[in-house]
Design a protein. Structure first.
Length: 165
């Protein structure tokens, strides 16, 4: 099962990142058309040529009056995206797709970061290049589509920030 191996490999990469990570990304914000959802600090790590998956990290704030749910999206460099959760239970790292998406309650800010909730950019069509940007969308159950841009940070960076020269 090649897909399972890819997911396990991606989980291992994210687990290493989680041990050192505190996600910080771009400082730009994107807002849903109705103003209820604000997405900020969007970033991903550079990927080596031939990589099939990458992680997407960001914060989502629900400024609306009702529960909303992040249910999907797209990225220019990937064939599809999935919403995932990573956890460690009894010393074993587990990563799973959230098939019904990620709930965001009114007034709540949720951080998608290495080692926790995150976006999986699957079936990469090309590498994410450090210093570049990746256009994408996020789809919310009630707020609809929000256009975003992931800042591409250093591959080995502990927080996804660019390394000092």
């Amino acid at each position: 099962m090649m897909t399972r191996r890819l997911i396990i490999a991606a989980a291992a990469v994210l687990a290493v990142s989680a041990a050192r990570a505190s996600a910080q990304g771009s400082q730009t914000e994107a807002t849903s058309k109705d103003g209820s959802i604000v997405v900020a600090q969007t970033w991903t790590r550079a990927t080596p040529n031939g990589a099939r998956v990458a992680g997407g990290f960001l914060t989502v704030t629900n400024k609306g009056a009702v529960v909303d749910r992040l249910i999907g999206g797209s990225a220019a460099i990937s064939g599809r995206i999935e919403i995932h959760e990573m956890s460690i239970s009894d010393g074993v790292m587990k990563m799973r797709e959230l098939p019904t998406g990620l709930e965001i309650k009114p007034g709540q800010t949720v951080e998608l970061k290495p080692g926790g909730y995150h976006i999986m950019l699957m079936d990469l069509k090309q590498a994410a290049v450090e210093g570049g940007q990746v256009a994408g969308t996020l789809v919310f159950e009630k707020a609809g589509t929000v256009e975003i841009v992931y800042a591409v940070r250093a591959l080995g960076g502990a927080t996804g920030q660019k390394r000092a020269p």
